[in-house]
Design a protein around this ligand. Structure first.
Ligand code: HEM
Length: 220
């Protein structure tokens, strides 16, 4: 019981703190700081890149803030309309953020390896949210949950990226670009593997045990 609340707390705190992180780009003058410090003046002056960047971080942040609450069985059972409304905002946010993310991925620092890594992440993010939405429209509850687990594991790449980056640069003493190239893949491929493990474990829990229409892994 205590472990469950601890896991929920870690999950929620990570999602809220990284979900709010994009606010820094609105509240602080980021000129020459953060990601902007590694970009050319030409790219920073490009209005399409700028618009795509802000679209990506704004809707990515919204998806991050909403997504974790959707796994609460308590909310689904007691406030289904809230789950539906937040779910639609989540799907819309992921679609916009992933399209913009794919665009800015073409200019990612580090070159072809990070560009391809982030591009595949964006494509997988868009594809999995589309599958999650299509399956719930057909009332395929279990498939919907499975696709949402995969999709949120990809959303969580924004969290794992910010854990691995200081790990690689500060603890492993790799330079920024080497770390970034590795992390453009490491931030999401292991997340997807963990999602598949969770999904396969859920398949072993019969629905009558959980009392759900489907099996539930994240319960509260
Ligand atoms: C899961 C799919 C995602 C993809 C494909 C993706 C892609 C990218 C790319 C390509 C960049 C620019 C990297 C560069 O130019 O070197 C970036 C930066 C950024 N992304 Fe995402 N991202 C994703 C998820 C998210 C989420 C969920 C958030 C919300 C918290 C987010 C917030 C940001 C922020 C704030 C930056 C600026 C970099 C920084 O200041 O650390 N991203 N993303």
């Amino acid at each position: 019981m205590k472990l469950k609340y601890l896991l929920w707390t870690v999950f929620g705190v990570a999602a809220i703190s990284i979900g709010l992180y994009p606010l820094i780009y609105y509240l602080v003058d980021m000129h020459g700081k953060g990601l902007f410090s590694s970009k050319s003046a030409e790219l920073l002056a490009d209005r399409i890149w700028h618009a795509a960047f802000y679209m990506h971080i704004t809707f990515g942040g919204i998806a991050m803030l909403i997504g974790w609450t959707q796994f609460s069985r308590n909310i689904r059972n007691t406030r289904l309309n809230l789950h539906r409304a937040l779910g639609k905002i989540y799907v819309f946010s992921v679609m916009l953020s992933s399209i913009a993310g794919f665009y800015i991925a073409q200019f990612a620092s580090g070159g072809i390896i990070s560009r391809v890594g982030f591009s595949f992440l964006a494509i997988s993010w868009f594809f999995s949210v589309t599958k999650a939405y299509a399956t719930i429209l057909k009332k395929h509850f279990k498939q919907h949950e499975n696709w949402m687990i995969r999709n949120y594991a990809l959303t969580f790449a924004a969290v794992t990226l910010r854990i691995y980056l200081p790990f690689c640069t500060q603890l492993m003493h790799w330079d920024f670009i080497t770390s970034y190239l590795a992390i453009s893949w490491l931030c999401w491929v292991p997340n997807l593997i963990i999602a598949e493990i969770i999904i396969s474990k859920r398949a072993l829990i019969p629905a009558f045990v959980t009392g759900s229409k489907t099996t539930d892994y994240f319960q509260d």
